[in-house]
Design a protein around this ligand. Structure first.
Ligand SMILES: [Zn+2]
Ligand SMILES: [Zn+2]
Length: 154
C-alpha cells in the first residue's frame, strides 16, 4: 500500500491531544499481549513504531501511567488527560515511541505487517502466516521494519 504524503496527524477522541508524524513509521503491527487486550478492550492493539524525531505532540495534556511488564521493564503509557484515550507508549528501547495506529486521522495506509505475542491471542483470531509473526515479544524488531519497507514497494 502506498504511503501518504507526510506530515499526517492523529489524536485522541476528545480532540485535546493532537500529534503529527513528519515521516513514515518504521513499522505497524498487531500486539496480542494480555495488557494490550486490557487497555484496548479488543483482541489486539495496533502498534505503530515511530522515531522520536518524527513524532510531534501538537497539543493536549498527557496523563502518564508506568506499566511494569512481565520482563520487569517499565513502559511509560501516555493517555489524553481529559478523555483518557491511549495515544502512545515509551518503550525501554531508546529513540522510538510506540503510537497507537487507531489514533491516526486516516489509517487506510497503515496495514499491519506482522503480529507479536501470538501465543496469547484469542483462540478465534486467525493469524496470516504470510506476515512476520512472533509467539512473544520481538526482541529484535528488524524483521518487522524490513517487512514494512517491502510492503510499501508492492
Ligand atoms: Zn482526549
Ligand atoms: Zn501488547
Amino acid at each position: 500500500m502506498a504511503l501518504p504524503e507526510f506530515p499526517v496527524e492523529g489524536g485522541c477522541q476528545c480532540g485535546a491531544v493532537r500529534y503529527r508524524l513528519t515521516a513514515s513509521p518504521l513499522s505497524v503491527y498487531n500486539c496480542h499481549c494480555k495488557d494490550c487486550q486490557r487497555f484496548s478492550g479488543a483482541a489486539w492493539s495496533m502498534s505503530m513504531i515511530v522515531r522520536d524525531e518524527d513524532f510531534e505532540l501538537l497539543s493536549g495534556a498527557i496523563a502518564r501511567y508506568e506499566r511494569v511488564a512481565d520482563s520487569g521493564n517499565v513502559i511509560g503509557m501516555n493517555f489524553c488527560a481529559n478523555c483518557h484515550g491511549w495515544v502512545w507508549n515509551d518503550p525501554p528501547a531508546r529513540g522510538i515511541k510506540v503510537a497507537r495506529a487507531g489514533t491516526l486521522d486516516n489509517m487506510d495506509w497503515a496495514a499491519p505487517v506482522g503480529n507479536i505475542w501470538t501465543e496469547s491471542k484469542a483462540a478465534w483470531v486467525e493469524i496470516d502466516p504470510g506476515l512476520v509473526n512472533f509467539p512473544r515479544g520481538a526482541v529484535d524488531r528488524t524483521p518487522l521494519f524490513t517487512a514494512w519497507i517491502q510492503s510499501r514497494q508492492e
